[in-house]
Design a protein around this ligand. Structure first.
Ligand code: CU
Length: 68
């Protein structure tokens, strides 16, 4: 399952690393790509292991807002 998440508040490389790391650490996540310029995060994950809400929560725990 591929999902693109819109995230608000990512402004620099540290933000990018924080979001990337938080998602990549979740069991069931295959790949993460963070696009700072557009605020989009592409995540490939296993639907049997994770839900979109799990992804959203992991991002929000880092202090960023999820738009969709
Ligand atoms: Cu930053």
């Amino acid at each position: 399952m591929e999902h693109t998440i819109s995230v608000q508040g990512m402004t620099c490389g540290n933000c990018k690393q924080a979001v990337h790391g938080a998602l990549k650490d979740l069991p069931g996540v295959a790949s993460v790509e963070v696009h700072l310029d557009s605020g989009k995060v592409d995540v490939a994950y296993d639907e049997d292991t994770l839900t979109k809400d799990d992804l959203k929560e992991a991002i929000e725990e880092q202090g960023y807002d999820v738009v969709n």
